[in-house]
Structures are given as structure tokens and as C-alpha cells.
Design a protein around this ligand. Structure first.
Ligand SMILES: Nc1ncnc2c1ncn2[C@@H]1O[C@H](COP(=O)(O)OP(=O)(O)OP(=O)(O)O)[C@@H](O)[C@H]1O
Ligand SMILES: [Mg+2]
Length: 235
């Protein structure tokens, strides 16, 4: 970690973020399906563990451990290579096991795991994949207030938190319940039609408190397990 910043480890992107995400920020990583949100978040933990000796926890609410393991191994990021620093919590599995015992408050269970792992592993980085699933499970009654208090709670964890969220391709805002305003940073991913045949993935930093960052879109590329950005070439 340099200057209290956590690298995204997307080659070429950290340079446009003053070196990375300020420590202890809560950052929304949002975009439509298939825009590599899970990969970007996991890559941060994986490379952070390998390169910067950071401890990380990946809370998977959408994808099971095996599916995640397979996908990340396919991208050259086998979780076993960093298992002393990277914990994966398969929330679907926990849910299936506990459901047999009757109704549960999933938000409390999420918090219990996040807190216990913090005590045991002292993670620097926490990924929640994804916020909409956590919201559904917790059956928020007053979404704005509930989200506000969740974010307040996450701030107390003393970790940098990446919150993966889903938005429609043509969405006008980055959050439906004000999470875009209460987060410290927003990274947006999208697909862009370049011409009739080609669609490219794009990424940009919409906001990052305390950071002189570029607000430009960059083309996101994956090669041999390495995430990198390239400048968008204007026509
Ligand atoms: N080995 C690989 N090499 C390159 N690209 C891959 C590889 N495996 C998967 N992909 C690409 O990654 C995409 C999915 O990435 P990821 O799961 O990170 O996206 P996501 O935004 O989290 O999607 P979702 O909205 O479904 O959660 C796939 O659609 C595929 O195009
Ligand atoms: Mg995903």
C-alpha cells in the first residue's frame, strides 16, 4: 500500500486515481450484468494479497464458492494461491444451512460474519457482492434509512469496502436509495457499442472523495489474467 491508498490493480487505472482508493473508503462498484464487477473486485483482493500483503474478505451473495473458484482460476487467479490472506464467504451456502432452522435475520448474520472475520483475519479489504442481494435478503422496510445505517456500520469496521451493485445500462443514477451519495467513491462499468459488430467494456471513476482523479471512460481489457485499461480512441 502506498500513501494510504489501496490499488485497484487494474493496470493503467490506478495512475488516474492518484495511486488507488483511499484507505477506509466505502466504494460502490456498479454496472450492468457481465461488465466484470465481480472480477474487478476479486482481482483487487487477489493482487492486494499477493503484491501488497493485504488481507481480504470476499462476501459472495450471488455466486457459490465453486463457481467463483472456477471463474477466477480460469482468469489465472486461483484462490488457493493466496488462501492465507483471502477469505471467501459463500453466503448462499450459509443461508441454505441456516434456512432449515427457520426464519433468520440475514442482515444480522451478515454483520456477525463480517465482524468475526475482522477479529480473526484483520482484513484490510472487504468486498460485498452484491448490495442488491443483501437488500433483498434483509427485506429493508425503509431502504434509504436502512442503507444509511448499513453504511454507517460498515464504516466502523475499519476496512476499505468495495460494494458491488447492479444498475441498468441506461440508468440515470448510480443508486436507487441514495447509496451513490453516501458512498465515498463510485466506479462505473459498462458495455459500449463501438460499431455494428464490436462492443467494448468500459470503466470510469465517477467520484472518489479526497482524490484528484480522471472522470474519463477507459476501455477495460483482460489478458492472461491481467486487468488493464486503455484510452478510448475517439472517432
Ligand atoms: N477466462 C476468462 N477470460 C476472459 N474473460 C472472461 C473469462 N471468464 C469470464 N470472462 C468474462 O467475464 C464476464 C463475467 O465477468 P464477471 O462475472 O466479473 O461480471 P459481473 O459484472 O460480475 O457479472 P454479473 O452481473 O453476472 O455478476 C463473462 O461474461 C466473460 O465475458
Ligand atoms: Mg458478478
Amino acid at each position: 500500500m502506498e500513501n494510504g491508498r489501496i490499488k485497484t490493480h487494474i493496470k493503467g487505472f490506478d495512475e488516474h486515481l492518484d495511486g488507488g482508493i483511499p484507505e477506509h473508503h466505502l466504494v460502490l462498484l456498479c454496472g450492468p450484468p457481465g461488465t466484470m464487477k465481480t472480477t474487478i473486485a476479486y482481482n483487487m483482493l487477489f493482487q492486494g494479497a499477493k503484491e501488497d500483503d493485504l488481507n481480504g474478505t470476499f462476501f459472495s451473495l450471488e455466486q457459490g464458492r465453486e463457481s467463483l473458484h472456477r471463474q477466477m482460476s480460469g482468469l489465472g487467479m486461483n484462490p488457493d494461491a493466496v488462501d492465507d490472506r483471502l477469505s471467501i464467504v459463500d453466503f448462499g451456502l450459509i443461508r441454505r444451512n441456516l434456512e432449515k432452522m427457520g426464519g433468520r435475520n440475514w442482515m444480522d448474520i451478515f454483520k456477525m460474519y463480517a465482524e468475526n472475520l475482522k477479529k480473526n483475519t484483520e482484513y484490510d479489504l472487504l468486498v460485498i457482492d452484491s448490495l442488491p442481494v443483501l437488500e433483498i435478503l434483509s427485506s429493508f422496510t425503509k431502504p434509504r434509512e436502512d442503507l444509511f445505517y448499513l453504511f454507517e456500520w460498515l464504516r466502523e469496521l475499519d476496512a476499505t469496502v468495495i460494494i458491488v451493485s447492479e444498475i441498468e445500462p441506461d440508468a440515470k443514477s448510480f443508486g436507487t436509495h441514495g447509496e451513490d451519495f453516501i458512498s465515498d467513491g463510485i466506479i462505473h462499468t459498462k458495455m459500449e457499442r463501438v460499431n455494428d459488430e464490436n462492443i467494448q467494456r468500459r470503466i470510469r471513476c465517477v467520484k472518489m472523495r479526497g482524490t484528484a482523479h480522471s472522470t474519463d471512460y477507459f476501455t477495460l481489457l483482460v489478458e492472461k489474467g491481467l486487468l488493464q485499461v486503455a484510452r478510448v480512441i475517439s472517432k
